[in-house]
Design a protein around this ligand. Sequence first.
Ligand SMILES: [Zn+2]
Length: 375
Amino acid sequence: MTALLSPARTNALECSVCAWSASADPALWRCPACGAVVDFASAGEPSLGLGLERDGGEGFVRYAAWLGLAQPISLGEPVTPLVTLAAAGGAEIKNEALLPTGSFKDRGAAALISWLAARGVAEVVLDSSGNAGAAIAAYAARAGIACEVHVPATTSQAKVAQARAYGARVLRQPGPRAASTVTAQQAAASRRLVYASQIWHPAFVLGVETLAFELWEQRDPLPESIVMPVGAGTLLLGVARGFDRLLGAGLIERVPRLIGVQSASCTSIAIRFGAAAPEHPPARSIAEGIQVADPPRAGQIVAALTRSGGTALVVGDDLIAAKVSALGREGLLVEPTAAVALAGLDRARDLGVVRPGERIVAIVTGSGLKTVVDA
Ligand SMILES: [Zn+2]
């Protein structure tokens, strides 16, 4: 692949809040000055070149140079297809379940592990609700990096078994999702391991930019709106940054409107856009992948939604479960978190947020093969 972008793009970090910046160090996962999330110093700069060569692979590995990753770790990813569905009211879905480990997390995991492998990292620890742990474990295995994953005790058994199949050490932690974050960060600190967090590490969000690049190659004109679940926000931020970079490079004329969807148990982003807080919010949702009460990147998520002209909505488990069933009857087995986008699309139509006839893509984030045994 022609180097369209210098790998130097991923060599410096800057704080998202204060003025701190420094050379990128695998041991740094947040700002040492103020504790906020960090990003690569040149993230968002219009630095894409024209023309992708076809000999660099077929899926998102083709964009490695655009990401500043000189030696991408790949498991042979496909371009995920766009499919028109009745369950989406005639809109298209982008089926990310077809990536190697069954979720969109492979985009971020591939970039994160490629970045760490290039810096000689031998062992990582992270926390996950399931899919990111499996994805990072798989790419770590591919790179020969040892991997320890802390998951909530409630995580789907198949996701735990999947990460273990890739050779990861998986530790189930009692308590809420946040408890596994605490134990993973403690393990990183006490054993001097690299904390390969899909939420905190900027290389993970960087990899998700490829979803926007693929949509740009797949659809001209681009969809007017893109609907997706929001948990930690790495999907939304990756897509937003990918489109921002295409816009900055003059490759597109406008960014699609982004619509984020949360479950009734975690509504902090949607409330910022005027959604009513549930009077009695449930402690958990069947959408385990977006069970993130207080996203560290919340400020960035709200800014990205606002900049695109979009919004955030809340959907209940009843509508999510109905969409899982409807998708199954059309031949697609998805996990509840992946049906959130379609539930949100129905809600957006009810609220008049999207117009009839609008070109819409809903992102189906993960396979139902991992959760069907829990139903
Ligand atoms: Zn800072």
